[in-house]
Every structure is written in C-alpha cells, then in structure tokens.
Ligand binder design. Sequence first.
Ligand code: COA
Length: 419
Amino acid sequence: MSEKKAAGGLQGVVAGQSAISTVGVGGIGLNYRGYDINDLAYKCSFEEVTYLLLKGHLPNQQQLNELKTLIWQKRQIPCKLKQILETLPKESHPMDIMRTVASIAGILEPETKPGQEYEISIRLISLFGPALLYWHHYSNSGIKINENTGKDSIAENFLKLYHLKSEIDPLVVKTFDVSLILYAEHDFAASTFAARVTVSTLSDFYSGITTAIGTLRGPLHGGANEAAMQYLEPLRSIPQAGQFLNSRYQSKQLIMGFGHRVYKKEDPRSPIIKDFSLQLSKTANGDPTLLAVSQHIEKRMIEEKKIYPNLDFYSASAYKQCGVPTPMFTAIFVISRMTGWGGHIIEQRSNNKIDETCFRLHWACQEIICTNRNEKQCQFMIMYYQNKYNNINVQVGQLNCQSIRVFHISLSEKDDRSC
Ligand code: COA
C-alpha cells in the first residue's frame, strides 16, 4: 500500500488569522473584506480596492478623490533614486529593480514613527510603476521620462509611461486595472506570509516589502504569469500547442499557470481575466491565435488532468495584448499586491488577538467572531447582526461552539458606497 506523501514546504501550516480576505472557503470563492471578487473586478477601480484593503472599507467619493490626489503626488521619483536607476544595467530583471526601489525608498524616506503604514503603502504603490519605467526607458534608449501624467489612474499612468503615448485604448486600461484588482490580495500567500514574518520581528515596513518581493519572484508563486507567457509565445497553432502539452506530460514537467493549493476546481479570478483577454483578442491589436492556443491548453488540462487554470494563465495573454513585455509581468504583480502586503503588515502590527470572553464585530472587516458561547448563543448573535445590518447579505462560513465566521457580504442595491 502506498503511503501518503508528506506535505512539502509550508503546505498545511496554519500561518495565522487574517480578516483581510477569505480565500476558497470549501475550495471556492474569493472575498476582499467581505466583498466578492466579481463585484470588485467589474464594479470598482484598483484605487477603490487599494483603499478597501488598507483601510478596511470602501471609500466614499471624497475619500476616493483624496486618495487619487495622494497617488498623483506620491508618483514623484526622488532625484537620488533616479540617479541610482540610471546606473542599473538594462539586463537587470524588473523584479530586481522593484526590490531595489523598495530598498532605496526605505533609505531615502525611512519609516520613523508608528502609524505611517498607510502613507508608505500609497507611496510604494504610486512609485513602483514610474520608477520601473524610468529605468526601462533610460537603460534601453537613454530617455528620461516625466513620470507625472496628471491624475491618471495607476493603470493608465503605467500604460502611458510604458508606451510613451498620451492616449490608451480604454479596454486596455480596464483590463490592466482589473488585473491589478485580481492580484491585490490572497490571504497568507507565501510572499504575504514572508512580509508578516519580517515585520513580526519589529523590523521596518520597507524590509517587509523587500522580503515579499523576493518571495513573490519564484515561478511557483508570482513568476508563473511570466513563465506561462514564455511557453505560450512560440505556440502559433493548435497542433503546436498539442505537441507542447504531450511533451510536458511525458517529461512530467509542470505547466505554469495551472493548479492551485487552495482552489481545487476553478480559481475564481481566472474566468474574469479570461473574459478581458478574450475581449482584447477581438480588437485590432488583439492576438486571436494566442487565445485559441490558450483555450486549447486549458481544455486539455481540465479534461485530461483535471487541473484548472489559475489567475496567471490568462493574465499572460491579457498582459501580452496590453503590449506589456513578458519580463514585466511579475513586476506588475508587485504594484498590485503591495496593497495586500500593506494591509497585512498593518494587521500584523495591530496584534489583533481574538477577544477571549465574548463576541465582537469587526465592522470594518465584515467579520463576526463569537467565542466561548454555545451554539445556540452563536446562532442568536448571527440573527442579531442580520437584523441590525439589513443592507447586507450575510452567509455563515464556519460554525462551531467557539467561533462563527461570516465570510461573505455582497453589495446590495441599498449600499451607497462608491463602488
Ligand atoms: N502542471 C502539471 N501538473 C501539475 C500542476 C501543473 N501546473 N499542478 C499540479 N500538478 C500535479 C502535480 O505534479 C501532482 O501530481 P502527482 O500527484 O502525480 O505528484 C498533482 O498535480 C498535485 O500536485 P501538488 O503539487 O500537490 O498540487 P498543489 O495543489 O499542492 O500545488 C501548485 C499547487 C500551485 C504549487 C502547483 O499546481 C504548481 O506548481 N503550479 C504551477 C505553478 C503556478 O502556476 N503557480 C501559480 C499559483 S497561483
């Protein structure tokens, strides 16, 4: 009788508790602060999601305007950083540039007192793209770009700076924006866990982020979108895609962009980014062959291996059709996940222990935790909150005598927030 393989790496290790997102309860679904990923992707902007993850609730119009102004101001690249970027070789990997930008920012603008996490998060979210593209254009063609494109969104600013154009197709901007939303947060993913470990030693915010960037880089984590594009690029027909799959099966190599530790069926983010990638493939600058090949690989992987695409698979074709070069894919992930890392560092530092004696409501986190009560009392608490907050739909995620976790709150008609 064959023995079950021992879990490798951190598989099965309970890393901690977090109220920032809920990933794959029962193997499905993803929520940020209680909001379903589909609602967020189709109805919100990345800036709104940034606010949600860092502050715990969606912004109202005024808060959103303030955030947009802050992002615009924090886009400015310090002169000393520009000088350093100009010395970095053009052969550098964009992930090395991102890690270096976080490090240099930590020297030039260090964290000096408690409570700066939100400001530093916004600084890095705003700075990463312009700094990467400053290095890119300078090292490749000697051009010193002006990072300030007005109050554009992070997505539009990135695309304008990369393409050096003043107008970008709105579908390309929306696709890029949606990808930033989808990559923003994923509970205790390896890079997030790494950031939390670093700051738990009372190290500074920037050290947490450099740790996270280094961890994200690996092809089993963030690097999978880049690795997926590398094998997709040369496949220009269905027979070629078939041959590629057969040879990978034979050599028992992984197909990057497939499989997930938590989602045993569909990654809920995959159909969203696939939708945008398909839309792009039907435009003048789209690549229908790339989509046909991708869909063929997806179909066979599901039929023959029962392994489903994760977010990285269709992100590869989406980014490609946005005109972004493959080595930048994981660096874009950094810009996005900076929001989740920031939220987790704030949460880690807040030392949020669950109250031992009674229930409490984390309204900001849309989570109810009820402890040390029997099941009947817990049921009562759920009914109480359902009545009290009648503009939300509450689903109970987990119930036993000691804890109740509400994991899903959907947007309703009565919700007057800006989303
Ligand atoms: N391609 C081919 N086979 C795969 C596969 C993939 N992408 N993902 C899993 N498998 C296979 C494994 O080889 C293993 O086969 P075995 O039982 O014969 O040894 C089986 O499926 C289970 O694999 P396991 O590593 O236990 O799956 P997991 O769910 O723990 O691992 C990942 C999840 C993400 C590490 C894994 O799917 C993977 O490496 N994917 C590719 C990298 C990737 O896309 N990463 C981004 C994740 S969001």
